[in-house]
Design a protein around this ligand. Structure first.
Ligand code: AMP
Length: 214
């Protein structure tokens, strides 16, 4: 049995065409079922639905053989025990620094002010500001980062941005682009050795599907 860990929503939806190209069809709609283990048309392939941030953990410890997750999540989790063979080029966005409209971020940085930065992405933010030589106090949040500058909790946020509409709707502006993000296929290294053939088949089929869309 090959187990693929996916999260509901954007990643699941954008993975479906790749699965289809690999000849795999998921038999349940995750938005309609309460099941967490979904069968596919291939009796030896199943999908498990987990939180996006848990995908690397499932794959690392062998709860799933493969998984699909954003580069942001992977960087925050660390790469231990995970083999990352493919950039699937789906769920694209970027990690950026944003501040309240009217907040002079450039001046704050120039003056060497100590910035309060709220984020879910503490590893990415820590490395980014350290490389810039900007002193920051990081405040870990788990969601609704946009609120932090509006309520005075933080001067800036580090968050995912796609269209920029969420920032705009909350009177925030993007002031730095830290990195581009897309979803990656991650593989459990032991599973790759123990289930070599079926694992290779899936990885190669994903690779071919990507080439076709390149
Ligand atoms: P947008 O308004 O299009 O810039 O989207 C920003 C919101 O959607 C933020 O709250 C992000 O956390 C979330 N978001 C955007 N792109 C992604 C992605 N690829 N994966 C996960 N969350 C995303």
């Amino acid at each position: 049995m090959i187990t693929l860990a996916l999260s509901k929503g954007r990643i699941f939806d954008e993975t479906l065409p790749l699965l289809q190209a690999a000849g795999i069809e998921v038999l349940d709609d995750p938005e309609k079922t309460r099941k967490l283990i979904l069968a596919t048309n291939q009796p030896d392939v199943r999908v498990v639905l987990v939180r996006a941030t848990d995908v690397p953990t499932y794959v690392q410890y062998g709860g799933a053989d493969l998984g699909i997750t954003g580069l942001d999540t992977l960087i925050e989790h660390g790469n231990e025990g995970l083999y990352q063979p493919l950039d699937l080029r789906i769920a694209k966005c970027r990690v950026s620094v944003a501040v309240r409209e009217g907040y002079d971020y450039a001046a704050a940085v120039r003056q060497g002010a100590r910035l309060r930065v709220a984020t879910k992405y503490v590893a990415i933010a820590r490395d980014f500001f350290a490389a810039k030589g900007v002193h920051v106090d990081l405040i870990k949040l788990y969601g609704s980062m946009e609120l932090a500058p509006l309520t005075g909790l933080a001067d800036a946020i580090v968050d995912l941005v796609s269209t920029g509409n969420t920032l705009k709707a909350n009177q925030l502006v993007e002031v730095e682009r830290i990195m581009d993000i897309s979803s990656r296929l991650v593989v459990n290294q032991a599973a790759l050795k123990l289930k070599r053939e079926p694992m290779r088949q899936i990885i190669d089929a994903f690779g071919k599907a990507l080439e076709a869309t390149a």
